[in-house]
Design a protein around this ligand. Structure first.
Ligand code: AMP
Ligand code: MG
Length: 343
């Protein structure tokens, strides 16, 4: 199969919508990361997603809609807190877990009684869903175990020959996947941090809880509320270590470790902020230390770059784990197996 890459245009969206209606897969831009979309109500189409990604069947997919009017048909109930979150943060980078209706194939929900629903902010994504006339199930468009794609080129690297078409909408604005929020009860539970932060949810609902596994690895016997937590996503080939502490300590510790690694014949690279001075050492930029949203937008591209360049060790600067920084630390933490050195 040859994979076409087409920039977003009315014609390209119509072509992609026809593929979705025909039960095929399309790589699609969203504001978070690129998605691998299929008709969410077509079990066979949904199975193709798992095949193309090499995704374990017990990891459920998020269903994307183009307007809130499409949601009542997909869920059994919209609790009051969920309604408030929708009003406050949709369209946007937030997935709500709700009790699923029977029309959602069990392949989508991985056998769970709930389904994740999202109304994306990306106009191209909403136009595609509306043109297809069906909700679109879409996980991130990477092969399983690779960082989520934030450009059409990333999708092409992973999916060339596996899907008929990628819609190119440029680089994703947010750069990390949506916040996944269990909204089946009165108190929203953040299962995966993203662009909609615990602080933002707290402000609207008055209460919020954050699953303990957001910043710690799973141990055997732990209860998993969100299947995605079980999998070691986003892992570059390079051994990844995070340094956390006062900036001058972090910079000094990273430089010292870098030099020791060079002496030992390794090929280290630093994931660091523009304002920090690492001398001539190899650095992949996380943007400005003052704007953590830049680290969010750049992190997955940086992880891919590490592998392309054959770096063997990644030395990463931590960001403060508040706001969007919590999402950055969750993804960086998982890439590093939560190997965080306090300095
Ligand atoms: P991805 O689309 O690749 O970002 O993955 C979607 C993630 O959302 C999954 O890995 C799950 O962790 C989470 N998710 C989707 N549906 C549910 C659900 N019904 N219950 C809990 N978590 C879910
Ligand atoms: Mg994913």
């Amino acid at each position: 199969m040859k994979t076409k890459v087409k920039p977003v245009s009315p014609e390209a969206i119509e072509e992609a919508a026809q593929l979705i209606r025909a039960g095929e897969l399309v790589g699609m831009p969203t504001e978070t990361v690129y998605g691998l979309g299929a008709n969410a109500l077509d079990e066979n189409a949904v199975r193709k997603i798992f095949e193309a990604k090499g995704r374990p069947g017990d990891n459920p997919l998020i269903v994307h809609v183009s307007s809130v009017e499409e949601i009542p048909a997909l869920v059994r109930e919209i609790p009051a807190a969920a309604r408030k979150l929708m009003d406050a943060f949709w369209p946007g980078p937030m997935t709500l877990i709700l009790p699923k209706a029977d029309c959602i194939p069990s392949a989508v929900s991985a056998g769970l009684d709930t389904v994740g629903i999202r109304l994306p902010a990306s106009e191209a994504a909403r136009a595609l869903i509306a043109a297809a006339g069906r909700p679109i199930a879409a996980p991130s468009a990477n092969r399983s175990g690779k960082p989520s794609p934030t450009t059409a080129q990333h999708v092409f690297e992973d999916m060339d020959g596996r899907i008929p078409m990628i819609l190119d909408g440029g680089a994703c604005e947010v750069g990390v996947e949506s916040s996944v929020i269990d909204a089946t009860g009165e108190v929203p539970i953040i299962l995966r941090p993203g662009g909609i932060t615990p602080e933002m949810v707290q402000e609207v609902i008055g209460r919020v809880s954050v699953d303990e596994h957001v910043m710690s690895p799973l141990s055997e016997g732990d209860i998993v509320r969100s299947p995605g937590m079980k999998y070691k996503h986003y892992a570059p080939k390079a051994k990844t270590v995070i340094f956390d502490g006062a900036p001058e300590n972090v910079i000094a510790a990273i430089c010292a470790r870098y030099d020791a690694l060079i002496a030992a014949g390794e090929k280290p690279a630093i994931l660091g902020f523009d304002e920090h001075d690492f001398g001539e050492r190899t650095r992949i930029s996380l943007g400005s230390v003052k704007r953590p949203n830049e680290a969010a937008a750049r992190l997955f591209g940086a992880l891919r770059e590490l592998d392309e360049r054959g770096e063997t060790v990644a030395l990463c600067e931590a960001v403060e784990a508040t706001g969007i920084g919590l999402a950055v630390m969750n993804r960086m933490g998982r890439a590093a197996g939560f190997d965080i050195e306090r300095v």
